[in-house]
Design a protein around this ligand. Structure first.
Ligand SMILES: C[S@@+](CC[C@H](N)C(=O)[O-])C[C@H]1O[C@@H](n2cnc3c(N)ncnc32)[C@H](O)[C@@H]1O
Length: 310
């Protein structure tokens, strides 16, 4: 089913996404300094609003590869007028998105990885095992050709098993892959509910209150969107864009992302040009974890380029 033929389930302007680690992000990014900031994952615009509100001298480049997210952000950030520029692009291309005069002078970059609640709640996007919808999972259906359904229709059992094991850290990867290949002999897997039911049959009991399909959906989303390649490219490109005293902050949601951020930041710190300003990473406090369950797996890491008066 093409999502362009179906109506969105609610008006795009209203984001239901609650930003995680908001105060903690502001503390490390120090937007009250003003200057050039990049929100590499603007999503519902929660972090961006707070950055822009912190200083009238702050200009923001708001990036997202999801056109719906960017439309919502455009509406929400409209009150900040020409202080905000928007880029519909993957953050792997961050270097080429920089406005004139920003290179080597950026004061802060924020990347808040993964999917937003807006994407999860929109059943037509196919990100969630909780809602029936097309098995899509593309963050940018205007440029990405291969949906999760297309991937599952053509991949070998070994490939599927490897994805689930490596990107979902799924214990039952072999059993689930076997069942997927068996099931598709009788017809294609086109709906999220088909896949969620299939996974639940193979690994019936949710572990620690986690839905049995959680890891399978995470793995497929990572493959469909080449998420780890995207993060790798951003982690390599972003530090060079910063000016003296500039901060690069990243929020990750699972161990694969966090390991990449931790290693990349450690290398930058070893080069002695950067300082780690969030040792061991910052996690959400008990209050935020109660209020916003998404924050329970979030970890914020941040490095700051030497120099500058911050
Ligand atoms: C967790 S949400 C960000 C939420 C945002 N910080 C807020 O406060 O509303 C992640 C966003 O990043 C976007 N995204 C994920 N991978 C991306 C990539 N490689 N390039 C650009 N945007 C990406 C998603 O489309 C999603 O809108």
């Amino acid at each position: 089913m093409s999502r362009h033929l179906s109506r969105p389930s609610r008006p795009l302007g209203q984001s239901v996404h609650e930003p995680v680690l908001l105060q903690e992000s502001l503390e490390v990014l120090a937007p009250q300094r003003g200057g050039f900031f990049i929100d590499a994952t603007v999503g519902g615009g929660g972090h961006s609003v707070a950055l822009l509100a912190a200083s009238e001298d702050l200009q923001l480049l708001a990036v997202d590869r999801d056109a719906d997210a960017l439309d919502r952000a455009r509406e929400r950030l409209a009150p900040f007028g020409e202080r905000v520029r928007f880029a519909h692009a993957p953050f792997s291309s961050i270097e080429s998105l920089l406005p004139d005069g920003w290179a080597g002078k950026v004061n802060g970059i924020l990347a808040d990885f993964g999917v937003s609640s807006d994407q999860l709640e929109d059943r037509d996007r196919g990100f969630s095992f909780l809602h029936d919808g097309p098995l899509d999972m593309r963050m940018d259906a205007t440029k990405q050709k291969t949906s999760a359904a297309v991937l599952l229709a053509s991949a070998s059992e070994d490939e599927i098993s490897t994805w689930l094991h490596e990107f979902g850290e799924e214990r039952f990867s072999r059993k689930i892959a076997h069942e997927i290949v068996h099931a598709r002999r009788f017809g294609p897997l086109l709906r999220t509910s088909q896949l969620a039911d299939l996974v639940a049959r193979v690994s019936p009991r949710g572990r620690q209150g986690i839905h049995p399909a959680t890891r399978t959906f995470q793995a497929l989303r990572i493959v469909v969107n080449r998420e780890l390649d995207e993060i790798d490219a951003l982690l390599h490109a972003a530090p060079a864009l910063l000016g003296d005293g500039g901060v690069f902050a990243a929020i990750s949601f699972h161990s694969l992302e966090d390991r990449m951020v931790k290693n990349a930041f450690r290398n930058e710190v070893r080069s002695e040009t950067f300082e780690d300003i969030a040792r061991k990473g910052i996690v959400a406090g008990a209050g935020e974890q109660r209020r916003n369950p998404r924050s329970r797996s979030a970890r914020l890491r941040a490095i700051q380029k030497e120099g500058g008066a911050c």
